[in-house]
Design a protein around this ligand. Structure first.
Ligand code: PMP
Length: 431
């Protein structure tokens, strides 16, 4: 029936035209039966809809359609596999689709998916996650405020610091990245990005990262300084332990709160569970996101109960969120945190990071590699070489990215489950 309907031609075409139309229709008909052609058509349609309906964040998306992800790999719709060198940007620290995490999500969904998340109701996955998290933190970090993302953790922390100190000045570093919301952007260390979205929060000030002399700009007027202990989007930049000690000392002298943004560095990525452990300092407020949700959207700001309690009164409900601390996200985060801590994944991050760095030095034209654990920047002499290398990586099935404020460097932040097998694959593909 279909055949007849589609081939029947009843118009005034010449014989040649009719034969052409028939041939075309036979072709279309055959295409409609061939699974490969159908698949190609579907992929094409998906790509077109992606460009048409999804808000584009850059003008050159890679546009690989992801079909599934497992372990250290994700797969596109043609079956090609990619070794994920960035773990969904430092999110999937235990790799993709880890069965224990998936099961925890399923179990939670079977119980309940969403009820009012904050304040009133006791939800097991939230409470257990906060409890276990605090057991791995210094005693003064004992109260967890759950949110949905890194940026929201920043927003909450800035509000908390202003409210607790009664001050308004917020200090941040040059080249800092703390998120894309208005508050987070106000403490962003990149003028080009900031000036496109003015006015932002007043009373913010940038100081230079790792420069001791600038610490005097922290004064009795400063509510908080927000820091990345290892700068991520700046291309993995570090300062000395001595510098961090001095910064903490200056905060204490001026009663300024130290906010440590561990959204990218947390959960074992840098060779410790949290990066502040490298420098022997304790922040007043700790920010978590990315890997904290084990692949689900979850963030938190953590402080001492005495500090956190200022959000309880005057006004009551001074900071609230409809979904922050969603039970399904907390179930995933809880399963993930248990896996990270029970297996001491930070130890693997350091050991494998060292071996991976040795392999990546073999890439042509590498100028410098900056690394802590499995947080790494492979820096080239210019951005063209970086983009060319990224492109050739992609063709070989190695998926990586660059940094917002450092386009000469390639981002390396693979799942912490990377082992010798993955190193062999990378070495082989690079040859
Ligand atoms: N802080 C840091 C250090 C980050 O790397 C990011 C995300 N790249 C954020 C904050 C913002 O997190 P989100 O994108 O989840 O809002």
């Amino acid at each position: 029936m279909y055949f007849r309907q589609n081939l029947f031609i009843n118009d005034n075409s010449t014989q040649g035209q009719s034969i052409h139309k028939i041939t075309q229709r036979i072709h279309t008909f055959c295409e409609s039966l061939c699974p490969l052609c159908l698949r190609a058509k579907k992929i094409n349609q998906m790509k077109n809809s992606f460009y048409k309906y999804i808000a584009q964040t850059s003008d050159t998306p890679i546009a690989i359609e992801v079909e599934r992800a497992e372990g250290v790999y994700f797969y596109d719709t043609s079956g090609k596999k990619y070794l994920d060198l960035i773990a969904g940007i430092s999110v999937c620290n235990m790799g993709h689709s880890y069965p224990t995490i998936i099961n925890a999500v399923k179990e939670q969904i079977d119980k309940y998916m969403h009820v009012m998340v904050y304040g009133e109701l006791i939800q097991q996955s939230q409470v257990e996650l906060a409890d276990i998290l605090c057991s791995f933190l210094p005693a003064s970090l004992n109260s967890v405020f759950f949110v949905n993302s890194g940026s929201e953790a920043v927003e909450g922390a800035l509000k908390l610091a202003k409210r607790y100190t009664g001050r308004t000045e917020l200090i941040h570093f040059e080249n800092a990245y703390h998120g894309s919301s208005h508050g987070a952007m106000s403490v962003m260390g990149n003028q080009t990005y900031k000036s496109a979205f003015q006015p932002l929060l007043p009373d913010t000030k940038a100081i230079r990262f790792g420069v001791e002399g600038d610490l005097q700009q922290i004064t009795e007027k400063t509510a908080a300084i927000i820091v990345e202990l290892i700068q991520g989007e700046a291309g993995v930049r570090m300062a000395t332990a001595e510098y961090w000690q001095k910064l903490k000392q200056r905060c204490e002298e001026t009663n300024t709160l130290l906010i440590a943004d561990e959204i990218q560095t947390g959960l074992g990525r840098t060779g410790k569970l949290f990066a502040f452990e490298h420098y022997n300092i304790i922040p007043d407020i700790l920010l978590l996101g990315k890997a904290f949700g084990g692949g689900m959207p979850l963030g938190a700001f953590v402080a001492d109960t005495k500090t956190m309690n200022v959000l309880t009164y005057n006004p009551v409900l001074g900071h609230i969120t409809t979904f922050g601390g969603h039970p399904v996200c907390c179930a995933a985060g809880l399963a993930h945190l248990k896996l990270i801590t029970e297996n001491k994944m930070w130890e693997n991050a350091e050991a494998i990071g060292e071996k991976l760095e040795a392999i990546l030095w073999k890439i042509p034209h590498v100028k410098e590699i900056r690394r802590k654990g499995l947080m790494m920047a492979v820096d080239f002499y210019d951005k063209q070489t970086n983009f060319k290398t990224l492109h050739s990586f992609l063709q070989k099935g190695l998926f990586s990215d660059w940094f917002l404020w450092c386009d000469t460097a390639m981002r390396i932040a693979p799942p912490l489950i990377f082992g010798d097998e993955e190193l062999r694959v990378i070495e082989m593909l690079l040859c």
